[in-house]
Design a binder for this molecule. Structure first.
Ligand SMILES: [Zn+2]
Length: 203
């Protein structure tokens, strides 16, 4: 169960987190990479689309695939941390969760953090923020569901076309997800640009 569009009520409860970009912009973000099977293809596709995106990486994947990590570092994209091993903040003891985030950032080294599943407790963020005062908690407000085994490419496409200015969109840098959006992305990006929307990275 997930919400494609995050309610403004939710984002208003947590004003310290990043939920949107400016209304004439959109930010495309990719979580869970790097992955040797999808990342090189994704980077090639994004180059064709002529856009820069934000990649929220897992420390565990960075350790496993340093060469693939290097490809992203050498690209025009922004890098953020998505923790070390993708723990669910709502179900994980505070100490274990914070240690996992710190471990992830020891190799990723970014001031941007996206909690796995978007789930983090206020107390967990408070502790992370005290270790990294410059760090921003980057949420998202639009999740098309590329990870969802039950949705068709047509539904994913339809959802993508309902993106609005200001949206931060989350897709995934994983082979199963890439297969879902690979044939839609370039056409969709062109359409968004034709609408006057500018693709930006999170800052
Ligand atoms: Zn994730």
């Amino acid at each position: 169960m997930y919400f494609v569009r995050v309610s403004k009520i939710v984002s208003s409860i947590f004003p310290n987190y990043v939920w949107n970009v400016a209304s004439h912009q959109i930010a495309l973000t990719f979580d869970d990479g790097p992955h040797p099977q999808s990342t090189p293809l994704l980077l090639e596709l994004l180059l064709k689309c002529d856009i820069s995106c934000t990649h929220f990486l897992l420390g565990k994947q960075v350790e496993l695939y340093p060469d693939t990590f290097q490809l992203i570092q050498n690209s025009q994209h922004q890098i953020g941390s998505h923790s070390y091993s993708h723990l669910n903040g709502w179900k994980t003891h505070q100490r274990k969760y914070v240690e996992d985030v710190i471990k992830g950032n020891s190799s990723i080294k970014s001031h941007l953090f996206r909690p796995p599943y978007g789930k983090i407790l206020k107390s967990q963020w408070k502790e992370i923020h005290s270790s990294y005062p410059e760090m921003k908690c980057c949420q998202f407000n639009f999740m098309p569901g590329d990870f969802d085994e039950d949705i068709s490419i047509e539904i994913l496409e339809k959802r993508l076309f309902s993106v609005k200015g200001g949206d931060i969109i989350v897709l995934h840098d994983r082979p199963d997800c890439f297969a879902k959006y690979v044939n839609v992305l370039e056409y969709w990006v062109k359409n968004m640009k034709d609408r006057g929307l500018e693709f930006v990275v999170l800052q």
